[in-house]
Design a protein around this ligand. Structure first.
Ligand code: GAR
Length: 196
């Protein structure tokens, strides 16, 4: 059993999908033992507490600089003997120092088919706004390893989702989550944990 940490910033629907996948046996090679948030109001924290998963809040404003912020996250991960780190709506870019420390041990879910609509500045609703602006008819989600290039690590899994003519960024975000993110993130976690 691999020890998994999930890093979050917001609502935590992807964290919920991971918790549900543990309960229904889709994830069986690892277990979420720690949730770290960089936002004290993240509903993801409540989701973790509801099922007895340890939580830790690490705020940038309480840190001297990014180096210190990442050092505090690394310390929390090492104290919990974490094998695999999952970024599930974690809205902070991690430096090369962090990513190289955990090479091939950090996964991220991104709400587009990489290499479209990804990289610096493309996060959350902005991704779906850009997809609608461009007029693509198919979008989706990607789970990939995290390296020093934003959204640039090796792709593990992708799933396509249809864009509808009357979509708003919000309706498209919801469909991409339901039809892609919540499905491929647990599967990718199981794949990577089982091969570690
Ligand atoms: C998800 O759509 C996730 O793919 C996206 O933020 C949302 C978080 O929702 N992540 C990124 O844009 C990262 N670049 P959640 O908190 O409900 O899981």
């Amino acid at each position: 059993m691999k020890n998994i940490a999930v890093l979050v910033s917001g609502g935590g629907t992807n964290l919920q999908a991971i918790i549900d996948a543990q309960n229904n046996g889709i994830i069986k090679s690892g277990k979420v033992v720690l949730v770290i948030s960089n936002n004290k109001n993240a509903y993801a924290l409540t989701r973790a507490e509801n099922v007895g998963i340890a939580t830790k809040i690490i705020l940038k404003k309480d840190c001297v600089d990014t180096y210190d912020f990442e050092a505090k996250i690394i310390e929390a991960l090492e104290n919990a003997n974490i094998d695999l780190i999952v970024l599930a709506g974690f809205m902070s870019i991690l430096s090369e120092r962090f990513t190289s420390h955990f090479e091939n041990r950090i996964l991220n879910v991104h709400p587009s088919l990489i290499p479209s609509f990804c990289g610096d500045g493309f996060y959350g609703l902005k991704v779906h706004e850009a997809a609608l602006e461009k007029g693509v008819k198919v979008t989706g989600a990607t789970v990939h390893f995290v390296n020093e290039i934003t959204d640039g690590g090796k792709i593990i899994m992708q799933k396509a989702v249809e864009v509808k003519d009357d979509d708003t960024p919000e309706t498209l975000q919801k469909r991409v989550m339901q039809e892609a993110e919540w499905i491929i993130l647990p599967k990718a976690i199981e794949k990577v944990a089982s091969e570690m």
